[in-house]
Design a protein around this ligand. Sequence first.
Ligand code: PLP
Length: 479
Amino acid sequence: MDSKAFREWGKTVIDYIADYNDNIRDRPVLSTVKPGYLYELIPSEAPVKGEDWKTVMADLDNKIMPGITHWNSPQFHAFFPTGNSYPAIMGDMLCNAIGSIGFSWMTSPACTELEVQVMNWFGKILDLPKEFLNESKGPGGGVIQGSASEATFVCLLAAKDRTTKRIKALHPEMTDGEIKAKLVAYTSDQSNSSVEKAGLLGSMPMRMLKADKSGRMTGFILSEAIAEDVARGLIPCYVVATLGTTGICAFDNLEELGPICNENKIWLHVDAAYAGAAFVLPEYRYLMAGVQFADSFDVNLHKWLLVNFDCSALWVKNSTYLVDAFNVERVYLKHSYQSQDPQVPDYRHWQIPLGRRFRSLKMWFVLRIYGVEGLQAHIKKQVHLADMFGKFVNQDPRFEVTTVAMGLVCFRLKGDNALTKNLYERLMASGQIYLVTATVQKRLVIRFVVCSRLTEEIDVQFAWNEIRTQADRVKSERD
Ligand code: PLP
């Protein structure tokens, strides 16, 4: 394909994207296709002769779009938001065009230095302790990971390496294998599935501690578990605290957990994948009190901060633990500006893969085009819409609201779980809005999250009308 055809196709695609967003309300949020639908529409062999882009675009419309769940639809209220905005799309397009694989400073200085700088910008926007910033005098710094899951896993591996070396220095008679077999990690049973997975991948038992009634992991819960394990000869190594749990957006108590971790030399990782975005607003920062005790802190810009997947901001207080854990040298990777200085990092040592995309470009575009005020306005608006939904539910005596936290509202039909289950199944079968459920203290709740940046008050009203209609049917079935 030459640049002439690229220009023509490119302009068509830009129009397609703008039309897609402008008219997204006309598309049902949930696809109605059945498993295997696409295998009948797409041939089982690749074409031998290249095809015309117009034919391919027509197939996108006819064959692919019917099987899409529209994550940016204003009727999408499942999971958490998935970031999306025009500046981020521009950034990703240019990232693809430039195509640099900036794993070391030398392989693309701008790729590394822009990342250092935007991570400093964003860390300051959230008012993180300065030890986390690359510009601090110490070894702290920020890096963009592909996902919060990767961030949790990377920090687990760094914690494992740090603890193994510490115990080895105290007990030279122990082998690395013996030490690693005794390491143990902790999180609450409300943490995201990716935390348990990090334990599986990192071969470290991850204890899923039962959260309190409000869904929080407290100091008492953690210290009891640590005492039990120490008595059994195990070595506590890693704690993942969540600020904004996936189920009900609960906040673990960092002010209690932090000192316990610090005293026991346990790495404290804070997973603020969703709710961390709200800390762009000073009024929410009380929820991260105790962050100064953490070793690492992660927020997904690709959730609530308008940056398209993938962009997960991870800060560590001491990047040398990452570099020490992941440093594998080869002659072909060396360059003349190599250093341990977090201002000139070779980011390959801060992550799992070698190659990396120029993700800071989209983050830079979003931060510049929206500005801090634009991001704050976005979060405020979505919280307002969630509050509005919570008020609708509260006014209907058939329902109870169990949680209103930031952009999330959890609700249920009063009575046994079967009623809420029936309502949820009806909502999914009708397919007008997309929601998911959670369980809190054995009670089934439906989660309503304001996900799309395109959601407006009329969409919240639409969702509530649909829920009420289906609730009427549940009720008439019971009567
Ligand atoms: N942590 C929390 C609290 C989450 O809610 C999620 C996803 O919803 C994740 C981690 C996983 O995020 P990612 O898809 O970026 O790995």
